[in-house]
Design a protein around this ligand. Sequence first.
Ligand code: MEV
Length: 439
Amino acid sequence: MLSLINTKYQGEWCMVKTSLVSGFYKLSPKERLAFVKEFAGLSDEECASLRNTGSLPLDLADRMIENVVGATPVPLGVAVNFQINKRDYLIPMAIEEPSVVAAASYAAKMVREGGGFHTSSTPPIMIGQIQAVGIKDPYAARMRVIQAKEEILKKANDQDPVLLSVGGGAKDLTAKVINTTQGPMLITELHVDCRDVMGANAVNTMAEAVTPIIERITGGRVYLRIISNLATKRLARAWCIVPKEVVGGEQVVDGIVNAYAFAAADPYRAATHNKGILNGIIAVIIATCNDHRAIEAGAHAYAARNGHYTALSTWEKNENGDLVGSVELPMAVGLIGGAVRTHPIAKIAIKILGVKTANEFAEVLAAVGLAQNLGALRALAHEGIQRGHMSLHARNIAVAAGATDELIDFVAEKMVEEHKIRMDRAKELIEQYKASGKL
Ligand code: MEV
């Protein structure tokens, strides 16, 4: 298979690249890589890097997604000091951003001084939506759907006897008429207890299975049948108290409370505030091969549930002047199914976490998000975020500029000292070091 084809351009024959490939998916990863190598002009060394899939065997990767040519490693760190509901946890985090793991560990240590994190969660209920259109009497149809609840739930539950046998399954149903640019639509929502699975497969299968009943009852036409990532019935919560002297004194407490007020009032700040919470949560989600897009979509939609986008966490000062934080957000995570049980590192990450149920996992994630938020706000309200960020950032720049071994620390430290963390300066320092004969 060739990525270069001979084609006529302005009367002349010439070779051009083409990304139009039929049957690419049928090739082996090795064959696909050969095509990509030619198309992108990859070197043998670059191809070898792609082929080196580490702990994820290539054939397993090839079964996980389509058109696989390799795998990409991300650093896996472990955040320490977490105490959640009086139990100690180690938190595996996969992330490319410096300072996140350190900040989570530091914040967890502060929270520990105040008794650790406390958490709770709702049952693991996901919502499956069924869109019916072209209904003559949508409001009356809504009544008929609600009346047929038992029949619809039975049909849904027939699809997943395993989920049913562990206490899960479709538990309830609601229906709403929405007005759209295409006229009124009847949206039926299945409420499915997903127990320890994330639930997308189970819920989507159920939603598809009940389609004939919905069409029969409403006289309309069903189009979409799909899980909602705005998982308002699958919430995880965490809260904590940080003694004022531990967090850095009264001024820092006030700074954090003011930072929260800023995020609560201003969506531009709220987006960054929530990104800080998700820094922690998503790193754990990636380490455990859960669906981080689902968590992110749910978190941001939940942050806007009252019609304006706001902060997912709150920070207040209690009667002793101590800092009190809390967070609540949708947390659709699973311990069974998908890549969680097949990816070798995901399995190890779950073992490190030591969580036994998806609910426990969701609560740990909420605590990690709150810790991450605290770490960021404390740094922002106290010394500014850059100090902590800069030394790791400087090391990355030093490596990118070509420093190795002890030269990395030399270049990084010098750049931080000079407040000049730039590629050109890193290169100059490397040259100076070499010229001084130290290498
Ligand atoms: C950076 O990844 C995250 C922060 O911007 C979060 C925040 O501002 O709260 C530091």
